[in-house]
Design a protein around this ligand. Sequence first.
Ligand code: ARG
Length: 713
Amino acid sequence: MRKLILSLIIAAFVLPVQANEGMWFLMHIERLNYRDMQKMGLQLTPEEIYSVNHSSLKDAIVQFDRGCTAEIISDSGLVLTNHHCGYSKIAELSTAENDYLTNGYWAANHAEELKPKSLSVRFFVRMDDVSKRILGQVNDKMSELDREAAINREIAKIQEENSEDGKYTVSVKSFYEGNEFYYFVYQDYNDVRLVGTPPASIGKFGGDTDNWEWPRHTGDFSLFRVYADKDGNPAEYSEDNVPLNPKHHLTTSLKGFEEDDFAMILGYPGRTNRWMPAGGIEQNVEYAYPAWVEASKTSMDVMKGYMDKDQSVKLDYASSYAGIANYWKNRQGMIDALKQHETADTKRKAEKKFQKWASKKSNKKYADVMPVINDYYSKTNEASQHDNYLGLLLRTRMATIPYRLGKSIGYYLEQNDAKKEELKPKLDAEIENLYEGLYVPLERDVLAAQFKLYSTKAKNIAPMVAEIADEANKTEDGWKEYLNDALQNSIFESKEKLQGFMANPDAEVLQKDPLLLLSNDLLTRYRYNSEEQKQWDNDFERAYRLMVQGMRLQNPDEKYYPDANSTLRLTYGKVISLPEDTRNDANKNYYTTLKGTVAKYQPGDAEFDMPKELIELYEKKDFGQYADKDGYLPVNFLTDNDITGGNSGSPVLNGKGELIGIAFDGNIEAMAGDVIFDDQLQRTISVDIRYVLFLIDKLAGASHIIDELTLAK
Ligand code: ARG
């Protein structure tokens, strides 16, 4: 494995798009990809994938909870996504007594489906290119701020024209770093309910140890349902709402697949930076990511201490902990992969070529682009380190609650009585909401550890923090002492204290509140940009846009795809192994089976425990119609599709567009993937749909859900 990795320094950057690289727009498939896809095994027409006027595949793909992807798999609005995508909702619906996160949950009928406080799915209606229209509003002489303002004015018009009086959400986004613009029309449904979830010992089997790793054995799925009014329109929660009869739902395949079979994924990748220059990569590897990793670990250690002691604290913080842990490992993986593959050097070489091209007289518009970019990174290394330390600190809820509520309460206190009466219920709800599940001792200790780290490691820190750090003698205990005092003297220490304050509010007390002062200090620092910095940002943005423009001109015959930015994309490729791996139980290293899950089983372990019912099913080999042709129960598998965070929950489809799996992860060896696609190493890790159906049918006994599906056998 190691030897292989070292020999793979691949230049995807401004070189031809490698085999299965690319996150493509649905409206471009016909022109750019269709022939290639057909050759590889696609049997659908472009119209069957994306049609504005007829129902097509795209109508079965939704963005889930604004950060993940999901698919509609029945004519009653059944929604399939990852367990880790439903995680925060499952935790929210759980209590220490009815702990669905730990034990799983299966609604026996529609009435038992559980409504989380807020959860929405977003359907994609259509998209179009508005580059000409938007770029017609700007010229090269404008400052970046003026440019942005002109663009935003035009965007507002486009939104207005396409929203049909609020029926649709319209989003206009920039692509290729401000060189192209597309608009997207969506329809949101806000009544979405939990139908079923396996226990975390299946849905998160392997925990953070196996996260981002292959071979994998995780049943990372959960089921929800979209509800609508009786005419099928979006409606806020009501008992009268009914399951949505969708325009389209996926057919689920029980047929399995083989290595080299065609596989495609539709979904909402969140962010890639494939154009990122060498200087940016170096800044991330040396300054930004190490700070991120260190600060994440600092929070995790303190949180874990409290979560292990108390099950209800654990449920309240489970989702936030998992989120931090996920990117803690991801960022360390990126540091390692980017160093190992010498990605910055690869990009530097391409930049040299570009510079040569840009030095030609006819290309002089681009002549100073690379120097400006390089200069920017060398001037902002410390700032990026600072921002990452502070960014993690600000994820501590107690760091931001005083700021947010201080603003709302301050505004409230300035109003006349009538207006106050009108605002009060909203303010009360905001307070309830922000303090829900907040555990002050944990918050205090995370803050103390974070303040210690920030004040000793970051440069040019928030002024009040610097002052207190001197007094607190910069130790964690010193910070704890300071925070204990501050909490005691603050109205923000607890919901009850705040409610007491609101019964008899006093603007002066608010203004002098020690936690509010500290919170304001942090947020002010976070948003502060010196005049000098503003000028650098301006020059950098312009240069970055021109660099991408120039690099595309430099290679005009290439097929390009834009960086991910949470818009719907399609990636196609095939089922494919990684090189032999002795840790894998299966015959070929492109799939795993329940045998391998059981081999990892560690009774009582926090990450590798298994439900005993699953062990029993394994021992009886009671796999029913879900076994593969050799009699094993497939669990996870690999494809070479091009995905990133946000694709989680996306359907993996075969050549007929049938569901064969749910994408849920990437592999650590390819963690440089967000800035460079490595053809040989980059894999998507998915749950085999046969494992999902087996768990629903045999483990949960929820055969009524199987009956709801459209199966291809
Ligand atoms: N790595 C996955 C992603 O970013 C999340 C997996 C969640 N599981 C976990 N053990 N933290 O989509």
